[in-house]
Each structure stands twice: as C-alpha cells, then as structure tokens.
Unconditional design. Structure first.
Length: 512
C-alpha cells in the first residue's frame, strides 16, 4: 500500500504556501483550533460541498436538505443530552498548568485504545502508571469532566436564562425541524434530511491541522425508516458487489487485520446488521472513490461495545489512513428513535408520522446517520491528490476535475507582446463565464505550468505566435502533460469534454 507521502505538518505548510488554508489570525499569534480557507482552498471546499449536495440531495428523490441556525433554543441541547453528557475528561498540570485531554494523554503515554473509558477508568490508569505532566514532569490534577459546547449570551443582559450554545452538531436541528420538513416536503418513509453547516466544539487539545478543530463544518444526513421495516432497503442491489476493507468488532477482539469484502458478504455473514447501514457505508465510500480518492486508503470499522455513544445501537466509522494512522472520517450510527423520542418528551410536541398502511402513528427510526466533517474530506482529497513528479520537478495536485479549485489556466506564451497578451485575455474572459480560470503572464511558460500543477489547475491553454495566424491554441493536460492543438472556436466544447473526463489525446491533434 502506498503511504501518504507527506506528514500532516508538511501538508499544513503546503496548504499555507499555496493559498489553501491559513492559521486563523496568525498576525496575532494565531488561535488554536481555528483555520481560514484561502483563495484556492475556498474553491476546493465549495466544490466538495457542491458534489456532496449533488450526489445526496439533488440526484435523489428520497432526501431533501435544510440549512439550520447555529444557535438554537437551549432545550434542544438538554433534550439531545449534550448539556449533561457532551464532555471530555480534562486533566491539568498542578505546576505549569498545561491542559491534557484524559483519553489522548493515556493513548499517547500507554499506547492503548481508550474509546469508551469512564472518568474513573482514566483516573485509575493515571494512578496506576504514575503518569506525570508531559511538559514539565510534575503532578497532574484529578481528572474532571468538561463540557465541549461553546456558550454565548442571547440579548443585551447576561443572566442564567440568556445562555445559549453554538451547535456542537448539525443533527439536532434536523430533529427539531423534523415535522415541518416532513410535512412540507411531503416525505414518505424511508427518507432522509440532509444539512451542511458549521459546528463548534471546544476541544481541549485541537491537533493535526484540520483534523481536530474547534470550528468546523459538517455534511450530514439523518435517514429515517419505518420501525417495522428496518431491513427493507430497496437500493441494496446497487451496492451488493461493492468491495471495501472491513474491520468488524469481532475482528478487533481477535486482533485480526482488516479484510477486503463485498457488501453481500458483510450482510450474509451478519457482520453489518441491517441492509440500510450497509448501503450507506458503501455509498459514502463510493462517493470518495468516484471523486478520485484511493479506495485502498479507506476501511470501514465497527465500533466495539464500550465505544458506542449513548444513543447508538450500531456504529461503523468510515476510516482513512492519515499519516498519523487510521482515523475516523465519517461516523455512521444507527440512532434508533432516541432523538425524536427525546424531543417529543421535552417539547411535548407530537413528532410521529401517520402510517397509511397500518393506520397507526409511528415514530421513525434513524437507521443510519452518515455524518462527515468537510475539512476531513478536504484533507483526504489533498493527500490522495498530492504527487511529487520527479521529471517535472514540481508537485502535481491531481484533484478530480470536478474538485479542482481552478479548471483552466490561460497563458500568453510571452508577456512582452501586446497582441498575444490581448488575444489570451480575450480567451480568458470568454472561458471564465463557464469555469474558474486563472490568467498568468509572469515567468517562463514552464514556471507557469508548474505553478498551475501545484494548485491542481486541470487544463492549461497557451496562446502563442501562431495563434495570431491560425486561430488555434494549445491545451495541456495537468496529469499527463499531453498537449493538443485546437481551433479557438472549438475550445469551449473541447474543454467541456476534457473536464468531463475524456482523454485529451482523443480530442484534438497531438503536439509533440
Ligand atoms: Zn507541567
């Protein structure tokens, strides 16, 4: 298996240098866990969100989207369990004051899995192994629970009743709006509600660049089914032969390695319990692979028993092999009817659906909740696209054409010939109505190709002296450096085919 070629820190440096991602407010020393997307990064991030929305909302008849508010009534977070239970274990050094997250401290120190460890378990491990401050070596405080929600005040007067929270997940807004969306969109089970939006978690120790941040964006679907029809998935046939790396809870217990399996095998061997869960795991995996990610860098891993959240019946993570190990990319939980029931109880509002068939009111189950951080997807696509090309002696960012931040670069061969520059400019203005384009006149043409390769520009169009006579230009492929000569009047049509995935060599006369 080819390992990612960069460390996460090297990726952060590359992202900063090329205009993808900057540490937030760096001129004041930065603020840990917050990042800004630069002029290239914002294009990639928007493309990721656009592709996700297209695949899971626009192209489907069973899913609609919403865009909820970041601040909600505090009762939403009471009902969801976040006010009481959304905590991490915090430990600080009694001498230097450095703060540690209990589970990561133990993981770093003892190299053991800490998922699902209680406060007491963590305290015990700390005592037993006499763990001291990693920074100064002094005594650590007793571990205590710390709520991860950011709080703020709503209104001009700060009182205990003015406290509100920035949402720690997008899911709860979907549950709170459930009835309005279901009724107005006239949704019939099974159906999903999707949302892309910001979420905030006051992480004790943000780390690994965009991997664990305090402000991030989620792309999420809550998929609802009839409680008595949890295993009736009409789409399952589409994915039965789909193959992926699987690591079940049982395999982890027996210390076995992940195994390549089809969805059909996983269901037949009862490794994945419901067809819906299997279906969504395959669909999410496939989304990444269809957009150019390397399927060998992915696996699905089942949560072991003590790792499961309080609301989840069964959870699988879609994991990616980051330079710092296999990590969660996406959590897919079976949340049952937990959330809707909680909101029914706390709001005293009826959130049930009338089932025409049985003439009974039912509370739908969330059979699966594919929930994904946009920034983690961003990292995946960056790592899998990053190639160092020895013969070109520059980085080539081989992003899928639909994700490429800039689709076309337009270059006049030389910068000191006005006619040439004007001609190129005219072509550039014409193309940018269609795609994100860049116009570059500075430096040698080789240098400009290299700059374009590094930010993933998919096609370069060069206007040379001959163009003035024959109304033709050269198109160069980022991935192969192949070049063809085409008439300017056909340029748009040919670029469209090339960006749709056709081979450049098939679209025109090759230039050696
Ligand atoms: Zn210390």
């Amino acid at each position: 298996m080819d390992k990612p070629k960069l460390t996460i820190d090297e990726m952060a440096v590359f992202c900063k240098r090329k205009g993808f991602v900057y540490p937030n407010s760096e001129i004041y020393g930065g603020i840990s866990g917050f990042y800004d997307f630069g002029h290239i990064g914002v294009e990639l991030k928007n493309n990721i969100k656009k592709e996700w929305w297209k695949t899971f909302v626009h192209e489907r008849d069973d899913i609609v989207g919403i865009d909820g508010s970041i601040i909600a009534h505090p009762m939403v977070w009471k009902a969801s369990g976040h006010i009481d239970g959304f905590t991490d274990v915090l430990i600080d050094c009694t001498k230097c004051g450095t703060r540690f997250r209990g589970d990561t401290l133990i993981e770093d120190k003892l190299k053991i899995l800490t998922a699902g460890m209680s406060l007491e378990d963590i305290a015990k491990e700390l005592k037993q192994h006499k763990i001291k401050c990693l920074k100064c070596g002094n005594e650590l405080s007793e571990p205590k629970r710390f709520n991860l929600m950011f709080s703020t005040n709503v209104g001009p007067v700060q009182t205990s009743s003015s406290v509100a929270f920035l949402r720690p997940e997008t899911a709860q807004i979907i549950f709170a709006d459930f009835r309005l969306v279901q009724e107005n969109a006239r949704l019939k089970l099974p159906f999903g509600i999707a949302q892309i939006g910001k979420a905030f978690r006051n992480e004790i120790s943000p780390r690994d660049f965009l991997f664990r941040m305090r402000e991030f964006e989620q792309m999420e679907i809550e998929y609802f089914v009839h409680p008595e029809k949890q295993d009736e998935c009409e789409f399952i046939k589409d994915v039965l032969d789909y193959e992926l790396n699987v690591l079940s809870a049982e395999m982890q217990k027996q210390n076995k390695k992940m195994q390549k399996m089809t969805i059909k095998d996983c269901l037949n061997k009862k490794i994945i319990k419901t067809k819906w869960h299997a279906y969504w795991l395959a669909m999410m995996h496939k989304w990444f692979v269809d957009l150019g990610a390397n399927s060998e860098h992915f696996r699905i891993r089942q949560h072991v028993k003590n790792e499961l959240s309080h609301y989840a019946l069964e959870t699988w993570d879609l994991e990616y092999e980051f330079p710092f190990g296999w990590k969660e990319l996406q959590g897919l939980s079976n949340r049952t009817d937990f959330d809707l029931k909680q909101h029914i109880e706390h709001s005293k509002t009826d959130l049930s659906i009338f089932d025409e068939e049985t003439k009974k009111k039912i509370i739908p189950h969330v059979i699966c909740e594919p929930s994904q951080g946009v920034e983690r997807a961003f990292l995946v696509f960056m790592f899998d696209a990053y190639h160092y090309d020895k013969s070109r002696d520059n980085v080539v960012l081989k992003l899928h054409p639909r994700l490429a931040p800039i689709k076309v670069g337009v270059f006049p061969l030389v910068s000191n010939k006005k006619e040439l520059v004007d001609k190129a400019k005219e072509i550039y203005c014409n193309l940018k109505a269609e795609w994100t384009c860049t116009f570059d006149v500075s430096g040698s043409i080789g240098r400009r190709y290299a700059r374009a390769d590094e930010i993933g520009v998919y096609a370069c169009v060069t206007v040379d002296f001959e163009s003035l006579d024959d109304e033709s230009v050269t198109i160069r492929s980022r991935d192969t450096t192949e070049q063809i000569r085409v008439k300017i009047k056909d340029l748009k049509e040919i670029l469209k085919k090339f960006l749709d995935g056709e081979r450049l060599g098939k679209l025109g006369e090759r230039v050696e």
